[in-house]
Design a protein around this ligand. Sequence first.
Ligand SMILES: C[S@@+](CC[C@H](N)C(=O)[O-])C[C@H]1O[C@@H](n2cnc3c(N)ncnc32)[C@H](O)[C@@H]1O
Length: 259
Amino acid sequence: MFSLPYIIPIPQFSAQSTIHRLWNKMGTMKILILLLLSALLPVTEITAQHLKQRRDLTEHERTEHHRFDDVEKWARVFEDTARDEWQMPNEVIETIGIAKGTVIADIGSATGYFPVRFARVATEGRVYGIDIESNLVDYLNARAAREKLPNLKSILGDPDDPKIPERVDLVFICDTYHHIHKRGKYFENLKKYMQPEGRLVIVDFRKGDLPVGPKDEMKLAEEEVVRELTVVGYQLQPNSAQLPYQYVLVFDLNVNQPE
Ligand SMILES: C[S@@+](CC[C@H](N)C(=O)[O-])C[C@H]1O[C@@H](n2cnc3c(N)ncnc32)[C@H](O)[C@@H]1O
């Protein structure tokens, strides 16, 4: 059988160290210690595995896509008039600066909270509401018809490609950024749908314990969003928006970035 000094090297201070002497005196206790150690080794391995899985899960959860296929439920949540108080859509629209002829894509358009408001301002432009849930796309198209907004059209995108039908002046993404997977590739690809002087606007919840919005571990800090988008060629521009719970980030395309 292996002796303890074989598994755990014991420093040799003299011909026979104190620990060695103690070890030799222990007799049958040695067997008990060895049994205990061999029982503990798999436990520490499982604990390490468990910790790793928890880390992976947290990372996964942060970008997890919840299904938004229960239209009626989400319409009540997204279109709740109480949202206007903290979402301040008019202030957001004013900050971004939308003109009559602006062509806009709203990625993660859902039931149309922002796209409907955009369409009422960009009356001579076009507004595309992009979502990956077909029943939300149908819902928004029905809403556009009902509210007589011929300049608003909802389109089914792919999770990794918004499939915007033309180059737009503005891409707007509210509370959806963290749902997008492989964001580096996604936002690199997004540039082909933007006019050279086009802008990308991200509105999302700040980190911290807030009365509204997703769980803290699902959220991305403002700095993280800026860092991710800067790497793939977007340039942060100053803006004056001040929302109680969310940040508003306005980017343009960094034309100086080497291809
Ligand atoms: C939290 S909701 C935000 C809804 C809306 N922007 C608003 O402010 O009311 C997220 C929406 O993004 C959609 N979504 C998730 N991943 C997406 C992706 N990769 N491309 C487009 N839409 C996506 C979901 O189906 C859902 O409708």
